[in-house]
Design a protein around this ligand. Structure first.
Ligand code: FAD
Ligand code: MLT
Ligand code: ZN
Length: 477
């Protein structure tokens, strides 16, 4: 049997799509979200169970061992932003989509855990948790399409990290198909386990290069008794950082979100989605969206929030603010924040960054780097926003008005990345806080990652995937 026939035998004929199939359209799996790259898959394979994933991996591994130049690219919702989950153009990669594996396997209310398959869409997981009376706190703009497997693959962050941590902190156990096609059943709901190396953490954030995550046991939390959201105008990034300090002081663990948004980023939302009615953005360089989740009651939350905003107004770090009066207003404010990515995409191609640096250094970083960029590219437009509470900025560079976006990328992307990443290094930061390395940053890693760390990463890759079967060319060149 040739490889395609073996794949059909493994997952059923209807679940293997190839370009030779009459009328087949593989583009949803081959085109990345940002439309940076359009690959060509040997086949799109849609397994429905962990055993089927293992059979697929074994078949491709055997073909590779027999000398065929084939490999596997795992994919979830295909919302990744660094070209990590689409095939390359060679036509030799099997695109393994976990989308059919979307069941919730179990909820354990006493243990505060939920076990789900990798293809479960994040929003569905949030809803199942909510219906059961719990909170699953991972939240990001792509939640209607991204999957928990992809969230684990990228160690996604999102808007609640300041309180609940990244996806890594929310995960207790994994089921993984290894590069050899074996199944590691690590779906423990244990919060403590010191029996050696933490294998789970190896696969989280590995971007599909070390194993295929097929299921995960994730933490649940009690739903907060009350949630309050405020949108504040702040006069400078220094003041935004000062406001963050006040929020920590006054809200403690109640602070669940702290997002900063620059004026130009908000102007793009206003331009492309005027129906969203962005508040306060016209007269201030920055706005902050912050959330207080309270375990007592609404009155307590409101009192805490009012004290915080009073102090902030007194100290001049807030010039104006609106507090959402109900959940639907709060959702509206969050929707504005989550729409920046789409608005920026509507505006045209741009150079995206998801850097992190210590919060204390962010004002200096922004001032210095803005000045460097403005000097190099007259008219450049900065789309700055992000998770200031985590020291994570989306420091994005948009072409000057009327410039051709494609030409801007061609002429400037490499230079701009070097300039921004050099600044990140100087300020002791990371060139990727959220989106990962994928293909877009793979050539940059050797310059900006500690050489000993990089050598250990290469050793781990060789140990777990010696034949480079899984997502070759991503994370490590
Ligand atoms: P995919 O795009 O399908 O894959 C991403 C990577 O994970 C690839 O390398 C892939 O090979 C690997 N992978 C996928 N499934 C598996 C699996 N089962 N096993 C092993 N590897 C796997 N990211 C953030 O961190 N924070 C944000 O706030 C955020 N907001 C976003 C907003 C928008 C509008 C968009 C489009 C993206 C955003 N992202 C954000 C980026 C992206 O949504 C996340 O990285 C998300 O976690 C990707 O999930 P996915 O299922 O779409 O994964
Ligand atoms: C976000 O925080 O909205 C995301 O990480 C997506 C982006 O950077 O555009
Ligand atoms: Zn983000």
């Amino acid at each position: 049997m040739n490889l395609i026939d073996q794949l059909r035998a493994a997952v059923g004929t209807a679940n293997v799509l190839t370009h030779d199939d009459p009328g087949a359209d593989l583009s949803p799996w081959e085109q990345d979200w940002r439309k940076r790259v359009r690959g060509k898959a040997l086949a799109v394979v849609r397994p429905g169970s962990t055993d089927e994933v293992a059979s697929v991996v074994r078949a491709v591994a055997a073909a590779r061992a027999a000398g065929q130049s084939v490999s596997i690219v795992p994919q979830g919702g295909n919302t990744g932003l660094v070209v990590g989950g689409v095939p390359d153009a060679s036509g030799t990669q099997v695109l393994l989509t976990l989308q059919r594996m979307n069941r919730v396997r179990a909820i354990d209310p006493a243990n505060l855990t939920i076990t789900v398959e990798a293809g479960c869409v994040l929003q569905n997981l949030q809803k199942v948790a909510d219906d059961a009376g719990f909170l699953f706190p991972l939240s990001l703009g792509a939640e209607g399409s991204c999957t928990i497997g992809g969230n684990l693959g990228t160690n996604a962050g999102g808007t609640q990290v300041v309180r609940y941590g990244n996806t890594r902190e929310l995960c207790l156990g994994l089921e993984v198909v290894t590069a050899q096609g074996e199944i590691w059943s690590g779906l423990t709901g244990l919060r403590k386990d010191n029996t050696g190396y933490d294998l789970r953490d190896l696969f989280i954030g590995a971007e599909g290069t070390l194993g295929v995550v097929t299921a995960a046991t994730m933490k649940l939390y009690p739903r907060p008794a009350a949630q309050l959201t405020a949108w504040a105008a702040v006069p400078s990034m220094d003041h935004a950082v000062q406001l963050l300090g006040l929020a920590h002081q006054h809200l403690g663990a109640g602070l669940t979100g702290f997002e900063v948004m620059g004026q130009f980023a908000l102007s793009l939302v206003d331009k492309h989605y005027p129906q969203l009615r962005v508040p306060l953005w016209r007269d201030t360089p920055w706005c902050v969206l912050l959330e207080n989740a309270d375990s007592e009651n609404e009155q307590h939350a409101r009192a805490q929030f009012e004290t915080l905003l009073e102090r902030a107004l007194e100290q001049g770090c807030v010039t104006d603010a609106v507090v959402a009066e109900n959940l639907s207003q709060a959702k509206g404010l969050w929707h504005i924040r989550e729409s920046i990515t789409m608005a920026q995409a509507e505006e045209g191609h741009n150079i995206k960054h998801d850097i992190s640096i210590p919060v204390s250094r962010i004002p200096t970083f922004v001032a210095e780097t803005d000045a460097l960029l403005a000097r190099e590219i007259p008219g450049v437009r900065m789309v700055d926003f992000g998770h200031l509470g985590d020291g994570n900025l989306h420091y994005n560079v948009q072409a000057p008005e009327d410039a051709d976006g494609q030409a801007f990328l061609r002429d400037w992307e490499e230079r701009v990345n070097t300039l921004v990443f050099d600044q990140v290094l100087r300020h002791h930061g990371s060139i990727s806080a959220e989106h990962g390395v994928g293909e877009l940053k793979v050539h940059k890693l050797p310059t900006y990652k500690d050489p000993t760390a990089l050598a250990m990463m290469r050793s781990l890759k060789r140990a777990l995937d010696p034949h480079n079967l899984l997502n070759p060319g991503r994370v490590l060149a």
